[in-house]
Design a protein around this ligand. Sequence first.
Ligand SMILES: [Fe+2]
Ligand SMILES: [Fe+2]
Length: 395
Amino acid sequence: MREPRDRQERQNAHERRRDRRSEDVVVLVSDRRERAERLARGIALVLPCRVIEPGAGLPAGRPIAFVVDLATDLAADRNGDRGHAWIAWLATNIRESGLPCLYLARGNAIHDAAAVTLLGTPTVIDPRQSAGIVPTLRRLVAAGKARATRGGMQGAAGGPPEVQVERATTLVIHLFDSAASGQPPSPEEAEEGTQIVLDTVSEVGIRAWLDLVWRHDIQVYQHSLSVAGFAAAFAAELGFSRDDRQRLAKAALLHDVGKALIPHAILNKPGPLTPDEMAVMRTHAALGADLLAKEGDFGPDILDVVRYHHERLDGSGYPEGLKGAQIGDLVRLVAICDVHSALTERRVYRPPLSAAEAVAIMEAQAGQLDSDLLRAYRPIIARAGAAASGPSVLG
Ligand SMILES: [Fe+2]
Ligand SMILES: [Fe+2]
């Protein structure tokens, strides 16, 4: 049983992280840990610095410059390789941010030329002149500040909705990959993914978000992004504050993370599950919550959503058969988005349901889902219509 003090500490850590998100930071991208630590200490003397390693998402904070120090060949043609996908994602972020980028040359003319092309127009510096790195960075940041036109730095986020959905998908794949190996997902990646969902849904609307998300057939990742999209639209509909919108969308994005620990044969079974398989599938809620609890930065309300999103008001849900007031508001909100998403995703054994069919089924579950919230949610169902296409996933 968790102690209240432990809960308070988690909440404090959560709030500290929220404060860190608004800080301007230099992002040091490095696959050489010792060197990265030395360099980060040097940079931190003049500017806040966060280090990311290959495969990681952008750190908390608002990037103001990038420093790239990679021994990995940035130009290697490794189709289908996760490392390659990460480098492509990173380079796109750096190019599109328009922020200063300092590339530490490896001394191999071919590799360095390829890296320069990939990164856009970085400032290239020879790392052997290490004394020059920090002053050069400071100069670049000062020049970048002078160039910035829209009330400060342009963050790394932004760009066309298609690019945002690609980034969000990459982040969600990372979240599930970590979970599958028994590691809690990175709070920074969850944060980044949440922000993309909120920004993009508010910019293009829920219908366009769903069209973009379901363009690819990557199953549980798309379900997570779609539920998060519904949650973002619902939070806006309810007039939630910025913080509450973030909490709801993040909880929705993570709600099924425990599915990373369910055997593929069950998770991707093309058809209804047997009772035994269903029992295994149902463990995803507690498995996901236990995993996130290992990482102190996910708030208790997020853990509740992950553990209880299949609980129903009449006590018919799982894992604990909670009833009525035992089920919190955030959980009720995500449950509605989750059920709606599951109904309107295409299954192997049935086409996606129309908005009217989804409304009818959800209203028939009025004893299970919160009826007041369901009424408030109806505009989202109408706006979303039936998702154009989607894979077979279980809510
Ligand atoms: Fe679920
Ligand atoms: Fe779900």
